[in-house]
Design a binder for this molecule. Structure first.
Ligand code: SF4
Length: 333
């Protein structure tokens, strides 16, 4: 096996196997071979999305300590970063969403912590939906849901969701892998499109674990897959495990693209960076309000990027920007 053969195989329209993904993930991130894999991923991403990248924008409707205790998350109770609970009023949520809309975000994401009351989430969502243009794509980023709740999200006006089985789910989180997978099936059955990602990648994750997760995300034909590195939350146990470089993340973004069927147009990375974009990422996120990777209550004062700064990172990486509703969440699939 060598990278030239695997690139050729991908070019002929084949999805790489788990062993082939492991091989590519095992190359040195700064090797000429990896740069060729990144170039091929970039070529393929541009072919599939017409050279136009998207920027989606997320706001959190609440900030609260969460007993799901995902060790990488600043909301996790166990990390003691946030101790008080705050939530947006419906009016504030509408203001955030409309701002994203006028900034040119291709999709607006509403996030809540896993235990935020579902009825309240629906209530605020309906208010937000009413105040957005009909064509604006609205996406939910919420905890695990039943089929009934998934259908309610669809009826409330969401086109899709973001949902992922995180790396070492059930070990580094108090959630069950099976429940995460069942939620993905429920969302799909309710007619919601599901975007996902290989996340949050840390230095301890083996190439086999990453390849297995890439294969899993490909298995349900998501709106997009991709890769995101873990951002260390200062003072936490997880922070001691360290962080992978942007270049390693870019390599994983590229290999993930070659592990997806061509029906998957999107390839995301977070946090936004030029290396990710040149490695074939065609989706970044802007963020305001609470952010599970930040210790600032308002991430716009911390790590959060704006729609404009995300677009400019894409421009610096030789990508044009798609204008209008997200194709990843609206295409015929
Ligand atoms: S990632 Fe979600 S479920 Fe996990 S602790 Fe953070 S808010 Fe809770």
């Amino acid at each position: 096996m060598n990278s030239g053969e695997l690139i050729k195989k991908s070019r002929s329209g084949d999805v790489l196997s788990r062993n082939e993904l492991v091989y590519l993930l095992g190359l040195a991130p700064d090797s000429a071979e990896t740069y060729l894999v990144m170039a091929e991923s970039n070529r393929l991403s541009k072919e599939l999305s017409g050279g136009k990248a998207e920027v989606h924008a997320q706001f959190a409707i609440n900030l609260a300590p969460c007993s799901c205790d995902c060790l990488f998350c600043s909301f996790a109770k166990v990390n003691s970063v946030f101790t008080k609970t705050t939530e947006l009023t419906p009016e504030q949520a509408v203001t955030y969403a409309r701002q994203f809309e006028s900034d040119g975000a291709n999709a607006v994401f509403m996030m809540s912590t896993a235990q935020y009351p579902f009825e309240r989430f629906i209530e605020i969502s309906e208010e937000v939906r009413k105040h957005l243009r009909q064509e604006t794509t609205l996406i939910a980023n919420v905890g695990d849901q039943s089929l009934k709740n998934s259908t309610r999200l669809k009826t409330a006006g969401f086109s899709g969701v973001y949902h992922a089985v995180r790396l070492r789910e059930g070990q580094d989180t108090a959630l069950s892998v099976e429940k995460r997978k069942q939620s993905i099936r429920n969302f799909l059955e309710a007619g919601l499109l599901v975007g996902t990602c290989i996340e949050p990648v840390g230095p301890e994750h083996s190439n086999e674990e990453l390849a297995e997760m890439i294969e899993f995300t490909a298995s349900f034909n998501p709106s997009y897959s991709g890769a995101a590195r873990r951002i260390p939350i200062p003072g936490t146990v997880m922070a001691k495990r360290g962080v992978i470089s942007e270049l390693r993340m870019a390599q994983i973004v590229a290999v993930t693209r070659l592990g997806m069927p061509r029906s998957v147009m999107g390839n995301c990375t977070h946090e936004p960076c030029t290396l990710g974009a040149i490695a074939g990422a065609n989706l970044f996120w802007a963020e305001v309000g609470a952010n599970p990777r930040d210790i600032e209550e308002k991430t716009e004062k911390g790590r959060g990027e704006t729609v404009c700064s995300c677009q400019s990172i894409f421009h610096e990486s030789n990508w044009a920007i798609w204008s209008g509703p997200s194709r990843y969440y609206n295409g015929d699939r």
